[in-house]
Every structure is written in structure tokens, then in C-alpha cells.
Design a protein around this ligand. Structure first.
Ligand code: CMC
Length: 363
């Protein structure tokens, strides 16, 4: 038995592969550094959908349909009320996404893919007492999301930073949320149900919920020279350091490097970011030193979430919304995996070992 299913192979996939020993992520035949910062999110989502969705001939047609899908889901923003606004953004987005009718067709897939990019900015604006901004169907997905958030058309390098992020997190093997999405797909429940399962699993801090608390950690540390003692104290309390460690990567998470490079590109035009980056690098150095001293046999390195926090903060997302931005990218992976699982037609139904009491007397 494997409590965390560590060594269990539960699917055959053509979508992505994670080589944890060498620190390599491959998405549909491309290594991460061949696509992060080079391809737009809609191109990668199209790539992931190839062979799975009903025929969408090329990436341009896919992007146009995705733009139309953003317009189609925008009316769901009318359901953002005070009760919803009292919830964390991830829960708000999940509740709104649940209003998309379940189905397995390409229109449902595109609406689900569009939903977080539209509904998260609408939620965040309403929370700030501002009116939501409708999508622009012809804009790039990342640029449109930022426009709906800030009301300003983002500079190309700013939209490019969000694009890099969304591409970096679009798919990542059989991670917990993708597995959850596949389990639901295997019951023939429908794509909306699969995406809702993915959202529910992603929310936890051991998976996609880490980057918000990373901002709290950086704020708590405050200055580079405080990093080591702060980290020692946190570990003495039994806390986990958010943004470090990974189930699969035994070396550095390649996604962290892709995002750190994007943060560095952005920091050239920012007054606040260089200082933040300097602090983060000091925290990274101190954390690696302390973690290595405490666990010499299990090298723990920085993971995707660490530089995600810096990037999304610089783009103007509040920390409690970071996980929902992660979901905006990962929805592409969930949908593709759900479709791939559905094609197998096979129900996922593992077994457990019963260790409870036996009936006193068997008649
Ligand atoms: N801080 C302190 N100790 C840690 C950390 C950490 N970040 N990560 C692992 N450990 C410890 C862990 O407690 C275990 O100790 P022990 O053997 O004494 O119980 C040991 O290191 C080995 O852990 P592991 O088996 O390698 O870790 P895992 O596969 O169970 O957990 C993880 C992976 C990501 C849940 C974990 O590293 C963690 O909790 N990290 C912090 C949260 C985080 O950054 N999450 C985002 C993950 S990346 C996004 C994604 O792809 O989902």
C-alpha cells in the first residue's frame, strides 16, 4: 500500500511528463523552456486540446472561440453578491463556475477554460466596490484578464508575464487536482464536475494554496538579514515553508526558474520589484541552507509557488487570489486530462485495506 500513491501509475497520458530526478517538465513534446515566455496561453491550451476536443482546426480559431467563450461566461458575474464576496476568491470562482451546465462538448470546455479569467477579475473588482469590466473577445487571454482586473490595457511585457505564468502552470502530470479531475471524469459526470473537483483539490496549501502565504512569509521576514532566524523559528514550531519541497522533484522545480526569469524581466520597469526580488532571493538562500542542514538526505528546493507569489503580486493580484490565478492556467490541463480519461471509458476505482473491527459474530 502507498498512502500518498507515490509510486502508483494511474494513467497513460499524451499531455505532459514530469521528470523529477532531472527537473524537466515536458508538455506535448515541448520542454517548459521552449514554451514559457514563447507561446501564448491559448496556443498551449490548444496544443493540450489537440486530438481530444471536437475539431478546432488551428490555434487562431481556438483563440477566437475562447474569446467568444469569455463573453459567454461574463453574465455569470451578475451572481456575485455580498454573500459570495465574503468568501475567499477561489471559493467565489468555484461557486460561479458551478453555474456552467455540465457537458462534454467543446462549448462547455471553452466556457470552463474562460471562466476563471473572467470571473476572478469581476469578483475582485466587486470586492473593491468597482463595477466589473466586460471581456474583449479579440484580446489575448492574459491581456484581457489583466484589463478586466485593472481597467487598463496592459503593456505587452506585463501581459507577457501573466502569459508566461499561465503557460508554466497549464499542465503538470498527475498532480492532486488533475487526478481529482480524472477521477470525476471517469464516472462520466461531465467537464464542469471535473473542473470543480480540480478547483477543490487545488485550493489546499500543500498544492495550489501555497503562494498567498508566501507573501505573508516575506512580509513577516521583512529584511534579508532576518531570513535565517525567521526560518529556523518557523521550522522549530513544526511549520512547513511554503514554496519549498515537492513530491516529484528531487531537484529544483524548473517552473520556478521560468517564473524567476519572468519576475526579473518585469523588475527592470518596476520601482518596488527589485527590492522584493532581493528579499526573496535572500529567503531562498537561507531556506535552502537551513532545510539542507536539517534534512541532508532529502534535498528540498524551491518550487513553482515561490516566484509565483512575486509575479502575481507585481501584476496586482491580491495574495488571497493567487490560487485562483493558478486555476486559470491549470484549467487547460484539467479539461484535457478529463477528456483523455473519458476516452478510456474506464472507471477509476482503487481498493483499500480494511483495518477496522470485524463484526462480533458472523451469522
Ligand atoms: N518545509 C518543511 N519541511 C518540509 C517541506 C517544507 N516545505 N517539504 C517537505 N518537508 C519535510 C516533510 O515534512 C517530510 O519530513 P518528515 O520526513 O520528517 O515527515 C520530509 O520533508 C520529506 O517530505 P516529502 O516526502 O519529500 O514531501 P511530500 O511529497 O510529502 O510533500 C509537499 C510535498 C509539496 C506537500 C511539501 O514539500 C510541502 O508541504 N511544501 C510546502 C507547501 C508548498 O510549497 N506547496 C506547493 C507545492 S508545488 C505546487 C504544485 O505543483 O502543486
Amino acid at each position: 500500500m502507498s498512502q500518498g500513491l507515490d509510486d502508483v501509475i494511474a494513467a497513460e497520458t499524451r499531455l505532459s511528463s514530469v521528470d523529477g530526478a532531472r527537473g524537466i517538465l515536458v508538455v506535448k513534446g515541448f520542454s517548459l523552456d521552449q514554451i514559457a515566455g514563447r507561446k501564448r496561453f491559448e496556443e498551449v491550451a490548444h496544443l493540450l486540446s489537440e486530438g481530444l476536443l471536437d475539431h478546432l482546426p488551428d490555434a487562431k480559431a481556438f483563440a477566437a472561440r475562447l474569446g467568444a467563450a469569455r463573453e459567454a461566461v461574463y453574465p455569470l458575474a451578475q451572481y456575485i453578491d455580498d454573500a459570495l464576496l465574503a468568501l475567499p476568491p477561489m471559493d467565489g470562482v468555484r461557486a460561479l463556475t458551478a453555474r456552467i451546465e455540465d457537458g462534454e462538448d467543446v462549448a462547455t470546455a471553452l466556457r470552463l477554460l474562460a471562466a476563471p479569467a473572467v470571473l476572478l477579475p469581476a469578483f475582485l473588482r466587486r470586492r473593491r466596490g468597482l463595477a466589473p469590466i466586460p471581456p474583449a473577445a479579440t484580446a489575448g487571454h492574459a491581456a484581457d484578464m489583466l484589463h478586466m482586473l485593472t481597467g487598463e490595457v496592459p503593456a505587452p511585457d506585463v501581459a507577457g508575464a501573466l502569459d508566461t505564468y499561465l503557460v508554466t502552470v497549464a499542465d503538470h502530470g498527475l498532480n492532486a487536482s488533475t487526478f481529482a479531475a480524472r477521477v470525476v471524469a471517469s464516472t462520466w459526470s461531465g467537464l464542469t464536475s471535473s473542473v470543480l473537483a480540480g478547483l477543490a483539490a487545488l485550493k489546499g496549501p500543500l498544492h495550489g494554496g501555497a503562494p498567498g502565504p508566501i507573501i505573508a512569509m516575506l512580509d513577516g521576514i521583512g529584511k534579508p538579514e532576518n531570513a535565517e532566524s525567521w526560518i529556523e523559528d518557523a521550522l522549530d514550531r513544526g511549520d512547513r515553508l511554503m514554496g519549498f519541497g515537492h513530491r516529484i522533484y528531487k531537484v529544483r522545480d524548473p517552473r520556478a526558474d521560468a517564473l524567476k526569469a519572468a519576475v526579473k524581466r518585469m523588475s527592470a520597469d518596476s520601482s518596488a520589484l527589485p527590492g522584493r526580488l532581493k528579499l526573496a532571493e535572500a529567503v531562498e538562500r537561507a531556506a535552502l541552507k537551513v532545510l539542507h542542514a536539517r534534512k541532508p538526505d532529502r534535498p528540498l528546493d524551491v518550487n513553482v509557488e515561490f516566484y509565483t507569489a512575486l509575479l502575481l503580486e507585481a501584476l496586482g493580484f491580491p495574495p488571497d487570489a493567487f490560487t485562483a490565478v493558478f486555476a486559470t492556467g491549470r484549467t487547460a490541463g484539467w479539461i484535457a486530462h478529463a477528456r483523455e480519461q473519458r476516452l478510456t471509458g474506464r472507471l477509476i476505482r482503487p481498493q483499500s485495506i480494511y483495518v477496522g473491527p470485524e463484526p462480533a459474530e458472523l451469522v
